[in-house]
Design a protein around this ligand. Structure first.
Ligand SMILES: Nc1ncnc2c1ncn2[C@@H]1O[C@H](COP(=O)(O)OP(=O)(O)OP(=O)(O)O)[C@@H](O)[C@H]1O
Ligand SMILES: [Mg+2]
Length: 235
């Protein structure tokens, strides 16, 4: 089992405390491709933040690769995030004054994982696969929303993470670029060792994922079985 949540809850302590996740029990195997759907405010981004070790549950336990995470230090969490997890955020947080290529390559160089030359080559390859071969040297601030989103996708994939967490990755993309991105996800999925969890409002994205998690007001239910039954019934 790659990821397990046991009775995990998260309450945001604001003036009016909001319980964004309620006693979630969830097991995710290596190699799964999962769509996470639910209304705005239902808790999708919060769940991804917990699975990505960006937030800790306020109650319950999260096991990453069989290890409880409660007692890990910030440094250990950071190490795991850097080595194992690729995030595609809802807000893509690129560095506006760097080029597309530099945004993608930067972390590889800062963490000493690649030489400048290798990192640039890998970044150029990923960006080209996402249809940005003519934008490599443009500053991030000069790119459209959808172009920036694709740069963020390339940045998430460059260190070859085995867990990819994507928060509405096709939110700003037109249908051609959504198709490109889904093709990349699918090709990763086909390789078997990647685990992809995609929060989405898009039916098109949800349809290509073999497993479907639905979240309603912080409660997660696994609706893969009813969906498969429905597909069989209508086949
Ligand atoms: N930092 C925060 N402080 C207080 N409440 C928060 C915070 N972040 C999120 N919430 C609340 O927690 C709930 C879940 O938020 P979350 O961002 O996980 O929803 P979501 O399903 O990702 O929504 P969307 O589809 O709009 O992105 C919401 O009611 C939200 O208002
Ligand atoms: Mg969200």
């Amino acid at each position: 089992m790659l990821l397990s949540l046991r009775n995990a809850s998260l309450t945001y302590p604001s003036e009016v405390a909001v319980t964004a996740l309620r006693e979630v029990n969830l097991d995710i195997n290596r190699g799964e491709m999962i769509a996470l759907v639910g209304a705005s405010g239902s808790g999708k981004s919060t769940l991804l933040a917990i699975l990505g070790l960006l937030k800790r549950p306020s109650d319950g336990e999260y096991y990453f690769d069989g290890r409880p995470t409660r007692h890990l230090s910030e440094g250990e969490l950071c190490h795991l995030r850097n080595r194992r997890i690729g995030f595609i955020f809802q807000h893509h947080l690129l560095l506006p004054e760097l080029t597309a290529l530099e945004n993608v390559a930067l972390n590889q160089i800062l963490t000493g994982r690649d030489s400048w030359k290798n990192a640039r080559e890998k970044a150029a390859k990923l960006l080209s696969a996402l249809g940005l071969e003519n934008r490599l040297d443009h500053h991030a601030r000069q790119l459209s929303g959808g172009e920036q989103q694709r740069v963020a996708v390339a940045r998430a994939l460059i260190n070859n993470p085995d867990l990819i967490l994507a928060d509405e990755p096709t939110g700003n993309l037109d249908s051609e670029n959504s198709r490109r991105l889904l093709a990349i996800f699918r090709s990763l999925f086909g390789k078997g060792d990647y685990t992809l969890i995609i929060a989405t409002h898009s039916q098109q994205v949800a349809r290509i994922c073999p497993r479907l998690l639905v979240i309603r007001d912080g409660v997660v239910s696994d609706e893969s079985q009813p969906r498969l039954a429905l597909a069989r019934a209508s086949a």
